[in-house]
Design a protein around this ligand. Structure first.
Ligand code: FAQ
Length: 311
């Protein structure tokens, strides 16, 4: 007797009525959301590591304060997203175990190293830029708690992107060494940021169903193209270039054409073979183990409080 329920569910989706935690939903819809939201949460948390690497080496007090605030925002995003996923019936412990055992994915982009200060600019501009392109439509995703979490996340990401672009703008007007550092960071982050949108549509097993359920509002390739179109214009303001000889405006399509993405590299990174996969997971596991005493203390305190109330 699940068919009428499914039909009513799809009708709600088609009418753009949000699905809320206590509403009936197909088990596969729930599982897809748990997968996507938890992976999104893990990305925010693992995403703190590449930038955390530069907090102690930021070139000025102002830059350090801004970078610390940005990395803290990412922790906040991770926490909203874990909370949104918990409304679907999975516990936070379970999600964290999935991350630490390598069962759950997180964004491929965070498996690349941050080699210079200019990388903080390139991450803000390109990585947060790609994140916004993907997440603004998620403010209209069909699951209520996820869509509401996205609104604040997107506001903060917009600030992150502006600060990244400004870092690069300053470097692009600096000494020859600073200009070279700026170009080098753009060269290294460009292709991995295009991979953030996921595999091409014809190799994306989840897109079709997720579009029908309005979990995703645009396909991977649609969002990637929009991103290329915007960045190909913004790069001109920096007086830098994108590392793609095939990038050119296509008058007929009214879009930029761009070169082939190295999908072998993408699938290798997903399998755990990127430059920093091991380092990132080790760092997360170590932080979890080092924090055991805090969890124990909080639990003991909670138990004491309950015991006192019973007196
Ligand atoms: N990395 O069938 P599809 C941020 C997996 S932003 C790793 O197309 P789907 C902010 C995919 O999970 C980054 N894995 O999948 C920040 C699936 O595997 P599974 C996070 C990827 O879900 C900025 C398989 O490949 N943003 O953190 C990637 O329909 C700066 C097949 O793919 C989000 O998570 C990838 N790039 O579409 C923080 C946004 N792409 O699970 C710090 C929400 C695909 O079946 C600093 N997520 N895979 O084993 C989404 O919009 C979607 O999940 C996509 C993938 C578009 C990422």
């Amino acid at each position: 007797a699940i068919a009428p329920l499914e039909a009513r569910f799809q009708e709600k989706i088609d009418r753009d009525i949000k699905i809320e935690p206590k509403d009936w939903m197909p088990p596969a819809y729930r599982q897809t959301l748990i997968r996507q939201i938890s992976q999104h949460a893990h990305s925010e948390i693992v995403g703190m590591l590449p930038e955390g690497n530069w907090i102690t080496r930021a070139p000025s007090l102002k830059r350090k304060a801004i970078l610390m605030a940005k990395v803290q925002d990412e922790a906040g995003h991770g926490l909203y997203l874990y909370s949104a996923a918990e409304t679907l019936g999975i516990s936070r412990d379970e999600m964290i175990t999935q991350l630490h055992t390598g069962k759950a994915k997180y964004s491929s982009i965070f498996n690349y190293p941050t080699l210079s200060w200019a990388d903080m600019g390139a991450i803000g501009w390109l990585v947060d830029g790609a994140a916004i392109m993907n997440q603004v439509p998620l403010c209209r995703t069909s699951y209520g708690p996820y869509s509401r979490a996205m609104i604040r996340v997107c506001k903060e990401e917009s600030f992150h992107q502006r600060q990244g672009f400004e870092i690069l703008l300053v470097l692009s007007k600096g000494t020859d060494a600073q200009k070279a550092m700026c170009q080098d960071a753009i060269n290294r982050w460009w292709w991995p940021s295009l991979m953030m949108f996921g595999p091409p549509d014809d190799e994306s097993p989840n897109t079709k169903q997720s579009m029908q359920w309005k979990i995703k509002r645009f396909t991977n390739d649609e969002l990637r193209q929009r991103f290329v179109d915007i960045i190909a214009e913004q790069i001109k303001l920096l007086g830098m270039t994108l590392p793609d000889p095939d990038l050119r405006w296509n008058e007929e399509r009214q879009h930029y054409d761009f070169g082939a993405i190295n999908w072998d590299e993408f699938w290798q990174v997903l399998k755990g073979n990127g430059p920093c996969n091991q380092q990132r997971l080790d760092a997360r596991r170590k932080t979890w183990d080092d924090g055991a005493w805090v969890r124990e203390a909080a639990k003991a305190y909670g138990e004491k409080k309950v015991a006192n109330m019973n007196v």
